[in-house]
Design a protein around this ligand. Structure first.
Ligand code: KG4
Ligand code: ZN
Length: 364
């Protein structure tokens, strides 16, 4: 290959997207996306209002090779890649295994280096992805910065000191922000995934900022919680029955406000406390227009810069995995296909019952 920067194939199968992508290092330090294929399973899970793990694993098995073939076709086949990166975790056990086994088989057959990648590190690197068909508009964050990672499975604040070096500052005690969108949408009969639909309806409505509770845990806290919000909506619907189509936009705007406001306040609080000048958003919920706008507003008041990834880099994709793999390869790291294994849980995620001051009463 003529270029010196390696071309890394990324594979992602941790939840309900089967994805393959090829990324290389661009001259400006960004990750140039040469191929980006994502097969979503929305339709297969829609009837259940959430991801069914067994259905996800089977769909990954069906989608994995066609998705890989499409991505490789963009770079001239297997000769067009130099290494393989794959999501190791966290995620659904059976789903992760499909991507991991495919990556191992490819590494074994081609002799190309293999690197396992943490899915959350992938999300945190999404702002660096650059697509040939999309102008680059966002300024790149320097290090250290504070990142808010909000997806269907995770809601956490990190101090990021370097690529792949993160320190957990705060996280949700219960549901993830994306789960709050999805569970709310399920209660409202709006289908799965609920985030994009609530986002669209909320844009047509006006929020009543007092309609649903804001869970803030006091002035200093960086913790989050969304389960009370879902319960409040459920009680309202039990009392009043389903909303009319005319009432939905205002309801969605109010519900979205109660998810977005704690997130926006806390990412700004975290950046101020850490003394950094830049905040970054990542994960599927970072695609939310309400969240992007409110974070920009509060960040501007606090004199902070904000970087959001391109929309398609927010939700699960393999380009972010390839880029995280590229960082590891550039450091001379690689994994042994004979011993690389997956993990399902984020080792830093706290689960259990908590006191109001944030201390853990009993782990789950
Ligand atoms: O990052 P992601 O694709 O998968 C996980 O790693 O979980 O995030 C998926 C989540 C879903 O809960 C979905 O409802 C939410 O991101 N989401 C949104 C929007 N687009 C996706 N939530 C709010 N507004 C959106 N525009
Ligand atoms: Zn994700």
């Amino acid at each position: 290959m003529s270029e010196t920067a390696p071309r890394v194939l990324g594979l992602e199968s941790s939840c309900d997207e089967t994805a393959a992508a090829v990324v290389t290092r661009a001259g400006d330090g960004r990750g140039r996306v040469l191929a980006d294929v994502v097969a979503s399973q929305f339709e297969e899970h829609a009837a259940y209002g959430g991801v069914v793990p067994e259905i996800a694993s089977r769909a990954h098995l069906r989608n994995a090779v066609p998705v890989l073939e499409r991505a490789l076709a963009e770079v001239g086949g297997l000769d067009g890649i130099d290494a393989i990166a794959v999501t190791r975790g966290p995620g659904l056990a059976g789903a992760l295994l499909v991507g991991l086994q495919m990556a191992k088989a490819l590494a074994f057959a081609t002799g190309k280096p293999l690197v396992g990648v943490d899915h959350l590190h992938g999300h945190l690197l999404a702002p660096w992805l650059a697509y040939d068909d999309q102008p680059v508009t966002e300024e790149l964050p320097g290090y250290p910065h504070v990142a808010l990672l909000v997806s269907g499975g995770h809601s956490a604040l990190y101090r990021v000191d370097a690529p792949l070096v993160r320190e957990l500052l705060g996280q949700t005690r219960d549901d993830a922000a994306g789960e709050a969108f999805d569970k709310g949408a399920k209660l409202l009969g709006l289908g799965y995934p609920g985030g994009p639909t609530i986002d669209r309806l909320a844009a047509q409505g006006t929020p009543d900022k007092r309609r649903y509770p804001l869970t803030l845990f006091g002035k200093e806290s960086l913790e989050l919680s969304f389960s009370g919000l879902k319960t409040a909506l459920s009680r309202e619907l039990q009392r009043q029955g389903p909303p009319s189509p005319e009432a939905l936009p205002d309801l969605c705007a109010s519900y979205q406000w109660s998810i977005v406001e704690p997130l926006a306040r806390k990412v700004v609080r975290a950046a101020t406390r850490e003394g950094v000048s830049h905040v970054v958003l990542g994960g599927g919920v970072a695609a939310n227009r309400g969240l992007r706008a409110r974070v920009r507003e509060l960040a501007a008041e606090a004199g902070l810069h904000v970087t959001v990834p391109p929309i398609r880099a927010c939700t699960d994709n393999a380009a972010m995995i390839a880029l995280a793999g590229l960082v590891r390869l550039e450091r001379g790291e690689r994994d042994d296909p004979r011993t690389l294994v997956s993990y399902t849980r984020d080792p830093e995620r706290r689960r259990g019952r908590f006191r109001r001051d944030g201390s853990l009463i009993a782990p789950k």
